[in-house]
Design a protein around this ligand. Structure first.
Ligand code: CNA
Length: 245
């Protein structure tokens, strides 16, 4: 792999060749995939974690905070976590095309924005849930994102129960079915492309360890704690890198 890479003119050509040669690619991504669509990530300089709020974002996005300060949670959530008008960028679109061509088997994402599906991806494993699904904590009735955005304060079900977004908050565990399916795709992948994630949030970040192959591609603007594991590292914008292929 390394020798082959030395012969290639640049990393992007090498990535193009890896993609051309495989029909078993899995993509694992995070918030950086959607920044070009106008949705801020957590850990970039202009990300949510560098903004000043009354409570840190990790606290406001925790299960305890949701239960004890539901109205404050919804204030932050509606203002900072939901971007109804966001559209897929070149990264989402390329990944959907690769799936349609039969080359990419699954998108495993930490994102909750639904942009992969909007771009046309069919097999999307949402490790942290989705802002598009919401349910009553009392009777389990389902509600749309529009319902959450078009109400004020705490959104209530017709049975008066509190509606909760189907997103995995801090302190909550991941859906086992989604997690095991993700592990299965990643452990059987020929190529694993990891992108737009700081690989800081566990257990999601630990999924990289299930990859068994020798074509681990990491595309991220900044360094990650798993750069040393990658066979090909591109520190650049994922929308440009994937869009150019
Ligand atoms: P993160 O910790 O904020 O890391 C994002 C990473 O992406 C950083 O390392 C950036 O350097 C990098 N990055 C930013 N823009 C680009 C780009 N255009 N091209 C390449 N790299 C880029 O986010 P993670 O996803 O790693 O952390 C997981 C959290 C963030 C999950 O729980 C998500 O639910 C949560 N989140 C999701 C969204 C969303 O759904 N769009 C938005 C904000 C946060």
């Amino acid at each position: 792999m390394t020798k082959k890479m030395e012969k290639m003119n640049n990393k992007r050509d090498f990535l193009a060749e890896i993609i051309k040669d495989s029909d078993n690619i899995v993509f694992f991504g995070g918030a950086g995939v959607s920044t070009k669509s106008g949705i801020p990530d957590f850990r970039s300089a202009d990300g949510l974690f560098s903004s000043k709020y009354k409570y840190p974002p990790e606290v406001m996005l925790s299960h305890t905070f949701f239960m004890n300060h539901t109205e404050d949670f919804y204030h932050f959530y509606r203002e900072k976590m939901i971007y109804r008008d966001a559209r897929p960028n070149k990264a989402h679109i390329k990944l959907a095309e690769l799936e349609q061509e039969g080359k990419l088997k699954a998108v495993v994402t930490q994102n909750i924005d639904g942009l992969h599906q909007l771009a046309g991806s069919k097999n999307v494993l949402e490790l942290h849930g989705s802002v598009h699904r919401n349910y009553c904590m009392k009777c389990r009735k389902r509600y749309s994102l529009d319902y959450i955005l078009d109400t004020q304060g705490i959104p209530r079900c017709e049975c008066k129960g509190i509606i909760k977004p189907d997103v995995v908050l801090y302190e909550e565990s991941l859906d086992n079915h989604v997690l095991f399916k993700s592990i299965s795709y990643i452990s059987n992948a020929d190529v694993l492309i990891v992108g737009g994630t700081s690989l800081n949030v566990y257990p999601a970040a630990g999924l990289v360890d299930y990859y068994n192959g020798d074509k681990l591609v990491l595309i991220n603007k900044s360094e990650t704690p798993m750069d040393y594991k990658a066979n090909l590292i591109i520190h650049d914008s994922i929308d440009e890198v994937l869009g150019d292929i």
